[in-house]
Structure formats: C-alpha cells, structure tokens
Design a protein around this ligand. Sequence first.
Ligand code: 5GP
Ligand code: ZN
Length: 114
Amino acid sequence: MSDCIFCKIIRGEIPSKKIYEDDETLAFYDATPQSPVHFLLIPKRHIRNIMETEAADVSLLGALLYRAQEVAKTLGCEENGARFVVNCKKDGGQTVDHLHIHVLGGRSLDWPPG
Ligand code: 5GP
Ligand code: ZN
C-alpha cells in the first residue's frame, strides 16, 4: 500500500534496523523502544490488522508468531521470556494500520495494561 509506513519500510523507502527477513515476513526494531528489546514482526503483504485476516492467512499468522519467538531468542530473551503483543484498532491502541506483532523483552513488564 503506497502510503503505509510499514509498506515503505518493506520497500526500503523509509530506513529501518532490520533483524530478520524472508519472503513473507520482516522483523525490525521499533523506532520508539519501550524496553531494551523491542522489535516488530510484520507480514510483507499489507494486512490492516489481525481482524482483517482470513482462513487463508492461518499459515502466515503461524509463521509470524514462530519467527517472533525465534528472533526473540536470538536477541537474548530465551531465559527470561518476553511479551508478544498484537494491538488492534482504536481500543487495542493500534496506531499503524499494518498488522504487526510487538516483541518486548529485556525487562520485567507489568500486567494488566493501564
Ligand atoms: P501500534 O501502536 O500500532 O501497535 O505500534 C506501532 C509501532 O510502530 C510503535 O511502537 C511505533 O514506535 C512504531 N513505529 C511507527 N513508525 C515507525 C517507523 O517509521 N519506524 C519504526 N522502526 N517503527 C515505527
Ligand atoms: Zn502496509
């Protein structure tokens, strides 16, 4: 999608610190990290949010989650764990309308969210 920030990152039109990439997914560091480890895992295909996925996207969703935990481990989160978050639309606090999984690690996080 032409005016989507994350699609621009995928195309290299906006610089990012990429961590992992394959044919269908991309991991890169969040520009405003909320913890010592904070990266995003996104599909390369523009999907607005988790609620706009279809049955045909089941394997893509699995790949996103699997890659997220794999990258988290390479960044040192295996021993203490991390938080895997998908914000969706207004009530979920989504600000970028391109599906993404946040992975936050490297410190202990509160629960529940405020
Ligand atoms: P959301 O609030 O939609 O769940 O999360 C969007 C995330 O994207 C935010 O944590 C924000 O810091 C990050 N973000 C927004 N614009 C950019 C950008 O241009 N580059 C990178 N690396 N992260 C971005
Ligand atoms: Zn997009």
